[in-house]
Design a protein around this ligand. Structure first.
Ligand code: URA
Ligand code: SF4
Length: 187
């Protein structure tokens, strides 16, 4: 087992993939380390790299609004990414990068022990649910993995690019909240 402190130290010094070369900060994740719900995005962008925090740019602001609409805030959830260092020019992280970096997310998962994992966008869903995942076809489905509910919805950046995706995404956030409330009732 590893402690949060050990994990932070290890990740801050990680050079396991080439993304270490361009980073200003490693972005491990933030939020409630005892949360029942873990959100996973793609990777740090410009602002995240500069500040060392996930989802602090425009996509992050939208995510905050969506969380608020279902009565949640960053204090209640944990949020991380499939890669901890910013890909150059914000390109998608490559499978060979996230497959190495997922080692760190796995430790976060073990420490947090969430009941629900919400993948934000295609890359996280491919990395955590299955490689053939298609966001338009498979978003909103629930996948059970060793007692934990995994699901995926649009990445907030996709909602910023295409307004028509906002309504289904907001609806789906309500379904996620309902499931979270049900889990809390059972436990
Ligand atoms: N997009 C992501 O996927 N993650 C972040 O942390 C910020 C933007
Ligand atoms: Fe290490 Fe992940 Fe950063 Fe690659 S992206 S250097 S694996 S922390």
């Amino acid at each position: 087992m590893i402690t949060w402190e050990e994990l932070e130290n290890a990740v801050n010094n990680c050079t396991r993939c080439p993304l270490c070369e361009g980073r200003h900060n490693v972005v491990l994740g933030t939020g409630n380390r005892n949360s029942d719900i873990l959100f996973v995005g793609e990777g740090p962008g410009y602002h995240e790299d500069m500040e060392g925090e996930p989802f602090v740019g425009a996509a992050g602001h939208l995510l905050d609004k969506m969380l608020a609409s279902i009565g949640l805030s960053r204090k209640e959830i944990y949020i991380a990414n499939v890669v901890k260092c910013r890909p150059p020019s914000n390109r998608d992280p490559l499978p060979e990068e996230y497959n190495v970096c997922l080692n760190w997310l796995r430790w976060q998962y073990v420490l947090i022990q969430p009941q629900i994992v919400v993948c934000l966008g295609r890359i996280a869903a491919k990395a955590l649910i299955e490689p053939e995942f298609r966001i338009t076809r498979d978003r909103g489905k629930w996948y059970y993995k060793k007692g934990v509910d995994f699901t995926a919805t649009f990445h907030p950046s996709a909602l910023l690019r295409d307004e028509s995706k906002k309504r289904p995404a907001w609806e789906y956030f309500k379904a996620i909240k309902e499931r979270l409330d049900n889990i809390k009732k059972i436990n």
